[in-house]
Design a protein around this ligand. Structure first.
Ligand code: NAD
Length: 370
């Protein structure tokens, strides 16, 4: 089918190429068993790009990313490049991708697979079967607001200033993402801010309410203060479905929710831009974890976070919900059968390598479709 699904793969540094190798195995399987063809290009980002081109992301690679329907990234960074000047650091490549692709919506699912529920620091029954989605506004708010900086006051004291600022269009566009994704899930959105103490929170709440009533009356909208949301996430996380919040609160709450799941090696993410006239959004999919230099090159990495990021890509960029479901179900099967990479190893389970995990996921997909 459509050779127009343009996919740019950027494996990056450290374990990036190892985990991405297993995603390529999955995509090859999709190509031969599901007739889902991607027009795949592969390039460099991070430290490896600096070594090759003297920059963590070349202009040519950036242009490929802008032209792609989706970008799938492994991880960047490592001790080799730590001493480089700020502008050449591997992470700058990733930040440039996010900025130039104008990715304003960060999607962080927190899914607890039944087989791994015991690995959570919370009681098993609180998290077993958890499936929530945190949508964080990524390009506005206090991390970018002006004025900002450190100044010295006439009395010799120093003052640090950051500004929390949101305009209507920024709230509305992230709100639309949340409402639309909620429609594909259980139809509930919880909007989170601090309207009790911040004007930006008052505006956020008013705009979300207006948008919900005008365009998404079928979606149930609730509101919660960010501090209460943090408490509720560790008290009763299953009460949520989609949470939408600003850049700062989203940073904190998505990490908090991530830890409910127990392992960095299991966490996918997506970052989306605005929809164009055809409804296509620029999109970057990547695992939450870094390049794990301590285990790079040992075939010990857990590829599931990256494989689950690819499942998000199938769902959100290519509308292939059945294939995303199949891939996620295959991951569930593999975990239920007791296979574990070292990071999620439990007593009595079967320890396997990164490449074995990819192979077994593909076998599980074959079993489910024959
Ligand atoms: P990290 O996520 O790379 O590793 C933290 C710990 O988790 C390590 O012990 C590592 O072995 C383990 N781990 C991470 N992913 C794993 C996986 N898939 N399977 C098994 N174990 C896994 O974080 P760090 O050590 O703080 O950073 C290492 C490098 O990665 C740094 O250069 C950092 O800047 C970079 N980094 C990159 C990204 C990114 O590319 N998005 C994110 C975070 C950190």
């Amino acid at each position: 089918m459509a050779a127009n699904r343009k996919l740019l793969i950027l494996p990056g540094d450290g374990i990036g190429p190892e985990v991405m190798g297993e995603v390529k195995r999955v995509l090859d399987w999709m190509d031969s068993h599901r007739a889902i063809t991607f027009d795949v290009d592969e390039d460099l980002v991070g430290g490896c790009a600096y070594d090759a081109h003297g920059a963590p992301l070349s202009d040519a690679t950036m242009n490929k990313a802008l032209a792609a329907d989706a970008v799938l990234l492994g991880a960047v960074g490592g001790p080799t490049w730590e001493k480089l000047p700020f502008a050449s650091q591997p992470e700058r490549g990733l930040l440039r991708l996010r900025k130039d692709m104008e990715l304003f919506a960060n999607l962080r699912p927190a899914i607890v697979f039944d087989a791994l529920a015991e690995a959570s620091t919370l009681k098993t029954d609180l998290v077993a079967g958890l499936d929530i989605l945190i949508i964080r506004e990524l390009t506005g708010g206090v991390y970018f607001g002006e004025p900002r900086g450190i100044t010295t006051l006439p009395n010799g004291e120093r003052r640090g200033v950051n500004t929390q600022v949101y305009d209507t269009h920024e709230i509305v566009r992230i709100g639309r993402v949340a409402f639309e994704l909620a429609r594909k899930r259980s139809g509930r959105v919880c909007s989170v801010e601090k309207a009790n103490v911040m004007e930006s929170g008052v505006l956020w709440r008013e705009e979300m309410t207006k948008l919900g009533a005008a365009e998404y009356p079928d979606v149930k909208l609730s509101h919660m203060y960010a501090d209460n949301c943090a408490m509720q996430l560790v008290r009763a996380p299953k009460q949520f479905d989609v949470i939408v919040t600003d850049n700062l609160f989203g940073d904190l709450l998505s990490d908090c929710a991530a830890m409910l799941t127990g392992s960095l090696g299991m966490l996918p993410s997506a970052s989306l831009g605005a929809a164009d006239a055809t409804g296509r959004r620029k999109a970057l999919y990547e695992p939450v974890h870094g390049s794990a230099p301590d285990i790079a090159g040992t075939n010990k990495a857990n590829p599931l976070a990256t494989i689950l990021s690819a499942a998000m890509m199938l769902r959100y960029s290519f509308d292939l919900a059945d294939d995303a479901d199949l891939l996620e179900q295959a991951v569930r099967d593999v975990l239920d059968a007791g296979y574990r990479t070292a990071d999620i190893m439990q007593e009595g389970k079967i320890l396997i390598s990164c490449s074995d995990m990819g192979e077994i996921v593909v076998e599980a997909m074959t079993r489910r479709t024959t």
